[in-house]
Design a protein. Structure first.
Length: 414
């Protein structure tokens, strides 16, 4: 028999219900309920029997979960598993799958799950699982997290990050983005902020924004191996794994159901297992420990993208001006504005400077001098203000611009 559970939290009434899912499972949902509806269903006297709380709190816990903390209702969803210490129960499917995902970093991957289980408030790197090929099992990783940690895991799309409303995911343990393509500067800034934020502002339709503690771990899966996010060369908040293809002979459509059955044994294994590495940074792992070739490819692709876009813009300036241009003088600020207005990408200024100095070996003047400034309007039109402006500028020749764009100058006799 289905039993309704009511609470009065603050001055409002709620009904804790089990919402059916397409999968056949259910998930716990706390719904607003009116006192009038409760009286109609159970009588006026029933109101005095309802458990009361002063308000909400958010305390993540799995092995020692408590619904009531002090006189507050814990909004974190209860853990749905009991670790099983039966030695006859195995977790070979889960272990085999995690070996597939983490490869030579399997022990760190197991640490990752142990941290989620035992230290849910601990900051962790942004875990990114990538491969342009299909049939790699990337999404299965998100389902495994969901099956273990239940309603404390949410799987989003790109548009959910860009939405102003975040009340459905800002209080979760794991905030995952499936098929991520977050190639705007604002996207990467949001992800970096989420990775290390201790507090976050929640916004819902028709409700005033309010600040809450944030402990969410970000997980991204993407079919774009190199350009799913803008990443600085010095960035140390990402753990990128290229997940290999699953051989057709090894593919098992029932793998999720098998792993579900193994969760209690897997949890007992995690609890009894010691960490392979101690906590050494705010994200537990050092950048050397989570460095991968996949991470370096993403960083290299981002460097190449800034370089290609800037080289293209310099060529546009040369080609669209009526007067012949043998060289272009520009400041770092000019280059950043060109990229923003013409390419519509707000690259990090440090990334632009790195291309100019490290990739092109250009250096600005030591002091500010007058130079001819070129601007690119929001409509894409190149123009010059007329009078020279003062700044510490770089100088690049037309010949070099053509070389950067792989164009041979027909008038070059050299």
């Amino acid at each position: 028999m289905y039993v309704m559970t009511y609470y009065r939290i603050g001055t409002s009434y709620y009904n804790l219900v089990m919402k059916p899912l397409v999968s056949g499972d259910t998930t716990e949902v706390l719904l607003n309920w009116t006192s009038e509806a409760i009286k109609q269903d159970h009588g006026k006297e029933f109101l005095s029997t309802i458990e009361k709380f002063d308000g909400f709190c958010l305390i993540p816990s799995h092995l020692d979960y408590q619904r009531r903390i002090g006189n507050f209702y814990n909004h974190y969803s209860p853990f749905g598993h009991i670790p099983n210490d039966n030695p006859d129960k195995k977790f070979n499917t889960i272990l085999g799958y995690l070996r597939h995902v983490f490869g030579e970093q399997l022990e760190l991957g197991l640490d990752y799950f142990k941290i989620l289980l035992e230290h849910p408030a601990q900051v962790l790197p942004v875990l990114c699982l990538v491969n342009k090929e299909r049939n790699t099992g990337k999404s299965t990783f998100l389902y495994l997290l969901k099956d273990i940690f239940g309603n404390n895991v949410i799987i989003n799309r790109n548009e959910d990050l860009r939405s102003n409303f975040n009340s459905d995911w800002a209080q979760k343990l794991v905030v995952a983005f499936e098929e991520a393509l977050l190639d705007k500067k604002d996207d990467s800034e949001k992800i970096k902020n989420l990775a290390t934020a201790k507090y976050y502002k929640i916004e819902a339709k028709g409700v005033d924004r309010f600040e809450t503690e944030f402990f969410g771990k970000v997980v991204l899966t993407s079919n774009n191996e190199d350009n799913f996010i803008i990443m600085d060369n010095e960035e140390n908040r990402y753990w990128v794994r290229k997940v290999p293809i699953i051989n057709n002979d090894d593919e098992d459509t029932a793998i999720r159901e098998k792993m579900k059955e193994e969760i209690p044994s897997f949890l007992h294994f995690l609890i009894s297992r010691k960490f392979s590495v101690p906590r050494k940074t705010r994200m537990w792992f050092t950048k050397e420990q989570i460095r991968t070739d996949a991470l370096e490819r993403v960083k290299q692709a981002n460097r190449n993208r800034v370089e290609a876009d800037l080289a293209q813009l310099l060529l546009v300036i040369i080609d669209t001006r009526e007067e012949p241009i043998d060289e272009i003088q520009f400041t770092l600020s000019d280059a950043h504005e060109w990229l923003k207005n013409k390419i519509n990408k707000n690259y990090d200024v440090a990334a632009v400077k790195r291309v100019l100095q490290q990739e092109w070996n250009l250096y600005s003047t030591n002091n500010a001098f007058n130079y001819t400034q070129y601007r690119i309007g929001l409509d894409g039109v190149v123009y010059s203000p007329g009078e020279k402006v003062k700044g510490r500028f770089y100088t690049i020749s037309k010949k070099r611009v053509l070389e950067l764009n792989n164009i041979v100058d027909p008038v070059d006799d050299t």
